[in-house]
Design a protein around this ligand. Structure first.
Ligand SMILES: *[C@@H]1O[C@H](CO)[C@@H](O)[C@H](O)[C@H]1NC(C)=O
Ligand SMILES: *[C@@H]1O[C@H](CO)[C@@H](O)[C@H](O)[C@H]1NC(C)=O
Length: 181
């Protein structure tokens, strides 16, 4: 089954926000999960969500890579919304990450997430990667500013899942659980 029409629809939705008229004010990280699928390839040195106080919460993670350099990478990105359990929500796509880094306009939806990520991470350069990957202290507050200004989603509980691949083999999985109110 093709995902194309859905992706065009969601791109429109994400870029314009026209399908939802309400603007929500609060994003909360509720959990993150990092899972190594191929332990010969990589492992998480750390991966946690930390609450400093009610208004300041952040997550950090570090991935050790054992097969450097990385010259080939794909990402599968999938969004779930919670109803009775988590259900696929609008978006499930796989793309070439190294190509994306060369032309970030090629994938506006991931570009949106990447823009949030890049200033907190050493992932912010084109392939190849010769080093471990670090994401430091992406805070709720920062994501809030980005999300509520640019991307009004319907309120609810979401899970955003990324599968990291090289040569189309899944090496690790990252999930972040969010609530939007
Ligand atoms: C929460 O913690 C941050 C970081 O330590 C601090 O800057 C902020 O003032 C704190 N907010 C409250 C409401 O205590
Ligand atoms: C989303 O796409 C991935 C990769 O094609 C696939 O493995 C996964 O099963 C899909 N998810 C759903 C809910 O169909």
């Amino acid at each position: 089954m093709s995902n194309k029409p859905r992706n065009i629809c969601v791109t429109y939705f994400l870029v314009t926000g026209h399908l939802v008229s309400q603007v929500h004010s609060l994003v909360e990280f509720t959990n993150i999960k990092c899972e190594t699928i191929d332990k010969n390839f990589c492992d998480f040195e750390y991966c946690y969500l930390k609450s400093i106080n009610r208004s300041y919460k952040y997550y950090s993670l570090k991935v050790n890579l054992f097969k450097l350099p990385i010259i080939n990478a794909q990402i599968n990105m999938e969004l779930f919304k919670r109803g009775n359990g988590y259900h696929p929500f609008l978006y499930n796509t796989t793309f070439d990450f190294c190509k994306f880094l060369k032309n970030q306009k090629s994938n506006p939806v991931f570009g949106y997430f990447y823009n949030i990520l890049k200033s907190f991470s050493n992932v912010n350069h084109p392939c190849p990667y010769h080093h471990d990957l670090v994401v430091e202290k992406i805070s709720t507050e920062f994501v809030n500013n980005q999300v509520t200004k640019v991307l009004p989603f319907p309120e609810g509980q979401y899970m955003y899942k990324m599968r990291w691949m090289t040569y189309n083999i899944v090496r690790a999985e990252f999930r972040i659980y969010l609530s939007l109110s």
